[in-house]
Design a protein around this ligand. Structure first.
Ligand SMILES: Nc1ncnc2c1ncn2[C@@H]1O[C@H](COP(=O)(O)OP(=O)(O)OP(=O)(O)O)[C@@H](O)[C@H]1O
Ligand code: SF4
Ligand SMILES: [Mg+2]
Length: 327
Protein backbone atom coordinates (compact mmCIF):
# COMPACT_ATOMS: atom_id res chain seq x y z
CA UNK A 1 0.00 0.00 0.00
CA UNK A 2 1.21 3.50 -0.87
CA UNK A 3 1.03 6.27 1.70
CA UNK A 4 -1.24 9.17 0.77
CA UNK A 5 0.76 11.31 3.23
CA UNK A 6 4.30 11.07 4.57
CA UNK A 7 5.14 13.30 7.50
CA UNK A 8 8.88 13.64 7.98
CA UNK A 9 10.54 15.25 11.02
CA UNK A 10 7.77 17.81 11.29
CA UNK A 11 8.12 20.49 13.97
CA UNK A 12 6.30 23.65 14.92
CA UNK A 13 7.63 26.20 17.36
CA UNK A 14 5.63 29.15 18.61
CA UNK A 15 7.51 32.12 19.95
CA UNK A 16 5.90 33.66 23.01
CA UNK A 17 6.66 37.39 22.74
CA UNK A 18 7.91 39.30 25.77
CA UNK A 19 5.24 41.18 27.70
CA UNK A 20 5.54 44.89 28.39
CA UNK A 21 6.97 44.38 31.87
CA UNK A 22 9.75 42.10 30.61
CA UNK A 23 10.52 44.58 27.79
CA UNK A 24 10.73 47.42 30.29
CA UNK A 25 12.93 45.39 32.64
CA UNK A 26 15.23 44.51 29.73
CA UNK A 27 15.75 48.22 29.16
CA UNK A 28 16.90 48.41 32.77
CA UNK A 29 19.51 45.77 32.15
CA UNK A 30 17.57 42.54 32.77
CA UNK A 31 17.87 39.73 30.26
CA UNK A 32 14.39 38.32 29.63
CA UNK A 33 14.21 36.27 26.43
CA UNK A 34 11.28 35.29 24.25
CA UNK A 35 10.10 31.82 25.14
CA UNK A 36 9.61 29.08 22.58
CA UNK A 37 6.85 26.47 22.71
CA UNK A 38 7.81 23.30 20.86
CA UNK A 39 4.19 22.50 20.02
CA UNK A 40 5.12 19.70 17.62
CA UNK A 41 8.58 18.24 18.00
CA UNK A 42 10.15 16.15 15.24
CA UNK A 43 7.19 14.01 14.32
CA UNK A 44 7.31 11.38 11.53
CA UNK A 45 4.61 8.97 10.33
CA UNK A 46 2.70 7.89 7.23
CA UNK A 47 -0.99 7.63 6.46
CA UNK A 48 -2.29 5.19 3.87
CA UNK A 49 -5.14 5.78 1.48
CA UNK A 50 -8.51 5.03 3.03
CA UNK A 51 -7.17 4.92 6.58
CA UNK A 52 -8.70 6.70 9.56
CA UNK A 53 -5.87 7.65 11.88
CA UNK A 54 -6.88 8.84 15.35
CA UNK A 55 -4.73 11.30 17.30
CA UNK A 56 -5.07 11.34 21.10
CA UNK A 57 -3.27 12.98 24.01
CA UNK A 58 -3.93 15.48 26.77
CA UNK A 59 -4.73 19.11 26.15
CA UNK A 60 -1.78 21.08 24.77
CA UNK A 61 0.15 18.08 23.43
CA UNK A 62 0.10 19.46 19.88
CA UNK A 63 -2.80 17.63 18.22
CA UNK A 64 -4.40 20.70 16.65
CA UNK A 65 -1.05 22.16 15.64
CA UNK A 66 -0.22 18.90 13.84
CA UNK A 67 -3.67 18.85 12.21
CA UNK A 68 -3.39 22.47 11.07
CA UNK A 69 0.00 21.86 9.48
CA UNK A 70 -1.35 18.82 7.64
CA UNK A 71 -4.39 20.83 6.49
CA UNK A 72 -2.02 23.48 5.11
CA UNK A 73 -3.26 26.32 7.29
CA UNK A 74 -0.13 26.55 9.45
CA UNK A 75 3.40 26.49 8.03
CA UNK A 76 5.81 24.06 9.75
CA UNK A 77 8.96 25.43 11.41
CA UNK A 78 10.89 22.50 9.96
CA UNK A 79 10.32 19.11 8.37
CA UNK A 80 8.23 17.99 5.42
CA UNK A 81 4.76 16.90 4.42
CA UNK A 82 4.57 14.81 1.26
CA UNK A 83 1.13 14.17 -0.18
CA UNK A 84 0.51 11.57 -2.89
CA UNK A 85 -2.83 12.83 -4.13
CA UNK A 86 -5.05 11.52 -6.86
CA UNK A 87 -3.48 12.63 -10.18
CA UNK A 88 -6.76 12.67 -12.04
CA UNK A 89 -7.87 15.28 -9.50
CA UNK A 90 -4.70 17.36 -9.07
CA UNK A 91 -4.92 18.32 -12.75
CA UNK A 92 -8.34 19.92 -12.10
CA UNK A 93 -8.36 20.89 -8.44
CA UNK A 94 -5.67 23.00 -6.70
CA UNK A 95 -3.75 20.61 -4.40
CA UNK A 96 -4.34 22.91 -1.43
CA UNK A 97 -8.07 22.13 -1.65
CA UNK A 98 -7.56 18.37 -1.51
CA UNK A 99 -6.98 18.51 2.24
CA UNK A 100 -9.83 20.04 4.19
CA UNK A 101 -10.30 20.61 7.90
CA UNK A 102 -13.50 20.07 9.88
CA UNK A 103 -13.48 22.08 13.11
CA UNK A 104 -14.99 21.54 16.53
CA UNK A 105 -17.46 24.37 16.51
CA UNK A 106 -19.57 24.35 13.39
CA UNK A 107 -21.12 27.66 14.40
CA UNK A 108 -18.01 29.78 14.53
CA UNK A 109 -16.57 28.14 11.41
CA UNK A 110 -19.63 29.04 9.27
CA UNK A 111 -20.23 32.63 8.19
CA UNK A 112 -23.49 33.60 10.00
CA UNK A 113 -24.40 36.15 7.31
CA UNK A 114 -24.28 33.70 4.41
CA UNK A 115 -26.97 31.34 3.22
CA UNK A 116 -26.10 27.65 3.11
CA UNK A 117 -26.16 27.63 -0.70
CA UNK A 118 -23.40 30.25 -0.74
CA UNK A 119 -21.42 28.67 2.09
CA UNK A 120 -21.26 25.43 0.13
CA UNK A 121 -20.63 26.81 -3.35
CA UNK A 122 -18.30 29.74 -2.61
CA UNK A 123 -15.04 27.78 -2.91
CA UNK A 124 -16.05 25.59 -5.88
CA UNK A 125 -17.18 28.69 -7.82
CA UNK A 126 -14.09 30.70 -6.89
CA UNK A 127 -11.83 27.84 -8.03
CA UNK A 128 -13.98 27.33 -11.16
CA UNK A 129 -14.91 23.74 -10.28
CA UNK A 130 -18.52 24.70 -11.09
CA UNK A 131 -20.17 27.71 -12.73
CA UNK A 132 -23.06 29.88 -11.54
CA UNK A 133 -25.60 27.89 -13.56
CA UNK A 134 -24.72 24.71 -11.66
CA UNK A 135 -24.79 26.34 -8.23
CA UNK A 136 -28.28 25.26 -7.14
CA UNK A 137 -28.06 21.60 -8.17
CA UNK A 138 -24.50 21.29 -6.88
CA UNK A 139 -25.44 22.61 -3.43
CA UNK A 140 -28.55 20.38 -3.34
CA UNK A 141 -26.42 17.37 -4.15
CA UNK A 142 -23.91 18.24 -1.39
CA UNK A 143 -26.69 18.63 1.18
CA UNK A 144 -28.13 15.26 0.22
CA UNK A 145 -24.71 13.66 0.59
CA UNK A 146 -24.54 14.75 4.21
CA UNK A 147 -28.13 13.82 5.03
CA UNK A 148 -29.73 17.27 4.95
CA UNK A 149 -32.91 18.29 3.18
CA UNK A 150 -32.05 20.20 -0.03
CA UNK A 151 -34.98 22.50 0.77
CA UNK A 152 -32.82 24.10 3.49
CA UNK A 153 -30.48 25.70 0.94
CA UNK A 154 -31.67 29.24 1.54
CA UNK A 155 -31.34 29.07 5.33
CA UNK A 156 -28.67 30.71 7.49
CA UNK A 157 -26.45 28.70 9.89
CA UNK A 158 -28.38 29.80 13.01
CA UNK A 159 -31.51 28.14 11.62
CA UNK A 160 -29.93 24.69 12.04
CA UNK A 161 -29.27 22.52 15.10
CA UNK A 162 -25.66 21.82 16.17
CA UNK A 163 -25.58 18.45 14.41
CA UNK A 164 -27.09 19.92 11.24
CA UNK A 165 -24.58 22.76 11.27
CA UNK A 166 -21.76 20.28 11.47
CA UNK A 167 -23.30 18.53 8.45
CA UNK A 168 -23.26 21.87 6.61
CA UNK A 169 -19.56 22.23 7.54
CA UNK A 170 -18.90 18.76 6.15
CA UNK A 171 -20.85 19.57 2.95
CA UNK A 172 -18.74 22.70 2.51
CA UNK A 173 -15.56 20.64 2.84
CA UNK A 174 -16.79 17.95 0.45
CA UNK A 175 -17.78 20.55 -2.13
CA UNK A 176 -14.16 20.90 -3.28
CA UNK A 177 -13.74 17.10 -3.71
CA UNK A 178 -11.01 16.59 -1.09
CA UNK A 179 -8.97 13.39 -0.74
CA UNK A 180 -8.08 13.97 2.88
CA UNK A 181 -10.02 15.34 5.86
CA UNK A 182 -8.48 16.56 9.11
CA UNK A 183 -11.21 16.38 11.75
CA UNK A 184 -10.22 18.34 14.88
CA UNK A 185 -12.58 17.47 17.75
CA UNK A 186 -15.28 17.61 15.08
CA UNK A 187 -17.94 16.00 17.21
CA UNK A 188 -16.84 17.17 20.67
CA UNK A 189 -19.36 20.03 20.84
CA UNK A 190 -22.36 17.84 19.93
CA UNK A 191 -24.81 15.90 22.09
CA UNK A 192 -23.80 12.27 22.58
CA UNK A 193 -26.69 10.91 20.48
CA UNK A 194 -25.78 13.27 17.63
CA UNK A 195 -22.09 12.38 17.92
CA UNK A 196 -22.85 8.79 16.89
CA UNK A 197 -24.78 10.02 13.84
CA UNK A 198 -21.93 12.25 12.70
CA UNK A 199 -19.38 9.46 13.22
CA UNK A 200 -21.52 7.20 11.07
CA UNK A 201 -21.69 9.95 8.45
CA UNK A 202 -17.88 10.23 8.40
CA UNK A 203 -17.53 6.46 7.92
CA UNK A 204 -20.19 6.44 5.22
CA UNK A 205 -18.56 9.34 3.34
CA UNK A 206 -15.14 7.71 3.55
CA UNK A 207 -16.37 4.71 1.60
CA UNK A 208 -18.47 6.70 -0.86
CA UNK A 209 -15.85 9.33 -1.67
CA UNK A 210 -12.59 7.47 -1.15
CA UNK A 211 -11.52 9.70 1.73
CA UNK A 212 -8.67 9.38 4.21
CA UNK A 213 -8.91 10.94 7.69
CA UNK A 214 -6.75 12.31 10.45
CA UNK A 215 -9.21 12.21 13.34
CA UNK A 216 -8.24 14.22 16.42
CA UNK A 217 -10.26 13.51 19.55
CA UNK A 218 -10.12 13.75 23.33
CA UNK A 219 -12.49 10.85 23.51
CA UNK A 220 -10.91 7.41 23.31
CA UNK A 221 -14.37 5.89 22.88
CA UNK A 222 -14.79 7.88 19.67
CA UNK A 223 -11.34 6.94 18.40
CA UNK A 224 -11.95 3.30 19.26
CA UNK A 225 -15.13 3.44 17.25
CA UNK A 226 -13.79 5.09 14.13
CA UNK A 227 -10.00 4.74 13.82
CA UNK A 228 -7.96 2.04 12.07
CA UNK A 229 -4.83 3.26 13.79
CA UNK A 230 -4.01 5.55 16.71
CA UNK A 231 -1.23 8.04 17.34
CA UNK A 232 -0.60 9.04 20.97
CA UNK A 233 1.10 12.40 21.50
CA UNK A 234 2.78 13.76 24.61
CA UNK A 235 4.27 17.28 24.76
CA UNK A 236 4.67 17.53 21.01
CA UNK A 237 6.09 14.08 20.39
CA UNK A 238 4.58 10.79 19.25
CA UNK A 239 5.05 8.30 22.06
CA UNK A 240 3.12 5.37 20.58
CA UNK A 241 1.28 4.43 17.40
CA UNK A 242 -0.49 1.16 16.68
CA UNK A 243 -3.40 -0.45 14.82
CA UNK A 244 -6.51 0.10 16.94
CA UNK A 245 -7.03 -3.51 18.08
CA UNK A 246 -3.42 -3.92 19.13
CA UNK A 247 -3.51 -0.47 20.77
CA UNK A 248 -6.46 -1.44 22.94
CA UNK A 249 -5.26 -4.99 23.70
CA UNK A 250 -1.55 -4.35 24.16
CA UNK A 251 -0.89 -0.70 24.97
CA UNK A 252 2.85 -0.45 25.49
CA UNK A 253 3.91 3.03 26.56
CA UNK A 254 3.45 3.94 30.24
CA UNK A 255 1.72 7.14 29.12
CA UNK A 256 -0.77 5.24 26.96
CA UNK A 257 -1.39 2.87 29.85
CA UNK A 258 -2.01 5.82 32.13
CA UNK A 259 -4.47 7.29 29.61
CA UNK A 260 -6.34 4.04 29.37
CA UNK A 261 -5.93 2.95 32.99
CA UNK A 262 -9.07 1.96 34.77
CA UNK A 263 -11.25 3.30 32.00
CA UNK A 264 -14.23 1.00 31.71
CA UNK A 265 -15.58 0.16 28.28
CA UNK A 266 -18.11 2.88 27.85
CA UNK A 267 -20.18 4.34 25.13
CA UNK A 268 -19.03 7.07 22.81
CA UNK A 269 -18.79 10.40 24.54
CA UNK A 270 -18.11 9.00 27.98
CA UNK A 271 -14.75 7.36 27.66
CA UNK A 272 -12.61 10.33 28.48
CA UNK A 273 -9.03 10.08 29.61
CA UNK A 274 -8.40 9.27 33.23
CA UNK A 275 -6.64 12.05 35.09
CA UNK A 276 -2.98 11.15 35.27
CA UNK A 277 -0.93 11.70 38.39
CA UNK A 278 1.24 14.80 38.29
CA UNK A 279 0.80 17.96 36.28
CA UNK A 280 1.52 18.18 32.57
CA UNK A 281 4.92 19.92 32.44
CA UNK A 282 5.07 23.27 30.67
CA UNK A 283 5.71 22.93 26.94
CA UNK A 284 7.88 26.06 27.33
CA UNK A 285 10.34 24.03 29.32
CA UNK A 286 9.75 20.32 28.72
CA UNK A 287 11.67 17.84 30.87
CA UNK A 288 14.86 16.49 29.29
CA UNK A 289 15.20 12.87 28.17
CA UNK A 290 11.78 11.23 28.08
CA UNK A 291 9.25 14.07 28.46
CA UNK A 292 7.04 11.75 30.51
CA UNK A 293 9.64 10.88 33.16
CA UNK A 294 8.39 13.21 35.96
CA UNK A 295 5.03 11.42 35.85
CA UNK A 296 6.19 7.90 35.02
CA UNK A 297 6.34 5.32 37.79
CA UNK A 298 8.92 3.29 35.84
CA UNK A 299 11.31 6.20 35.28
CA UNK A 300 14.98 5.48 35.86
CA UNK A 301 18.16 7.53 35.50
CA UNK A 302 18.46 6.96 31.74
CA UNK A 303 14.93 8.33 31.22
CA UNK A 304 15.98 11.67 32.68
CA UNK A 305 18.75 12.21 30.15
CA UNK A 306 18.14 10.18 26.99
CA UNK A 307 15.26 10.74 24.58
CA UNK A 308 13.64 7.39 23.71
CA UNK A 309 13.01 6.82 20.02
CA UNK A 310 10.06 5.03 18.43
CA UNK A 311 10.85 1.37 17.82
CA UNK A 312 8.63 -1.28 16.25
CA UNK A 313 7.57 -3.67 18.99
CA UNK A 314 4.95 -5.56 16.94
CA UNK A 315 3.80 -5.21 13.31
CA UNK A 316 3.00 -1.51 12.71
CA UNK A 317 3.11 -0.94 16.48
CA UNK A 318 5.74 1.61 17.55
CA UNK A 319 6.52 2.85 21.04
CA UNK A 320 9.13 5.26 22.41
CA UNK A 321 10.08 3.92 25.84
CA UNK A 322 13.44 2.72 27.17
CA UNK A 323 11.73 -0.21 28.88
CA UNK A 324 11.41 -1.86 25.47
CA UNK A 325 15.22 -2.17 25.22
CA UNK A 326 15.09 -4.77 27.97
CA UNK A 327 12.75 -7.09 26.08
N1 LIG B 1 -0.90 30.25 17.87
C1 LIG B 1 -0.22 29.86 18.94
N2 LIG B 1 0.67 30.70 19.54
C2 LIG B 1 1.38 30.30 20.62
N3 LIG B 1 1.29 29.07 21.18
C3 LIG B 1 0.41 28.20 20.62
C4 LIG B 1 -0.38 28.56 19.48
N4 LIG B 1 -1.16 27.48 19.14
C5 LIG B 1 -0.85 26.52 20.03
N5 LIG B 1 0.09 26.94 20.92
C6 LIG B 1 0.69 26.16 22.01
O1 LIG B 1 1.18 24.97 21.44
C7 LIG B 1 0.92 23.85 22.30
C8 LIG B 1 0.10 22.83 21.53
O2 LIG B 1 -1.20 23.35 21.30
P1 LIG B 1 -2.35 22.58 20.51
O3 LIG B 1 -3.49 23.49 20.38
O4 LIG B 1 -1.78 22.01 19.25
O5 LIG B 1 -2.68 21.37 21.53
P2 LIG B 1 -3.91 20.35 21.49
O6 LIG B 1 -3.32 18.99 21.71
O7 LIG B 1 -4.72 20.54 20.26
O8 LIG B 1 -4.72 20.77 22.79
P3 LIG B 1 -6.32 20.68 23.03
O9 LIG B 1 -6.58 19.23 23.35
O10 LIG B 1 -6.53 21.55 24.23
O11 LIG B 1 -7.02 21.15 21.82
C9 LIG B 1 0.23 24.43 23.51
O12 LIG B 1 1.20 24.64 24.50
C10 LIG B 1 -0.35 25.73 23.04
O13 LIG B 1 -0.43 26.66 24.09
S1 SF4 C 1 11.31 6.08 28.77
FE1 SF4 C 1 11.34 5.92 31.01
S2 SF4 C 1 10.19 7.69 31.77
FE2 SF4 C 1 9.72 7.44 29.60
S3 SF4 C 1 7.90 6.23 29.58
FE3 SF4 C 1 9.58 4.78 29.38
S4 SF4 C 1 10.07 4.18 31.49
FE4 SF4 C 1 8.75 5.99 31.63
MG1 LIG D 1 -6.70 21.07 19.95
Amino acid sequence: MKPILKVENLSKDFVKPLDLVAKALNKLGQNYREEIVHAVDDVSFSIFKGEIVGVVGESGCGKSTLGRMIAGILPPTSGHLKFELDESKTSKIPPALLTQMIFQDPFSSLNPRKRVIDIITEAPIYHKLIDQAEKQTYAEDMLQRVGLDPDTLQRYPHQFSGGQRQRVGIARALAVSPDFLVCDESIAALDVSIQAQIINLFVDLKDKFDLTYLFISHDIGVVEHIADRVIVMYLGRIVETAPIQDFLKNPNHPYTNALLAGVPRLEIGKRKYEPIKGEIPSPLDPPPGCHFHPRCRFAEERCRVEKPILIEIAPAHFSACHLNDRA
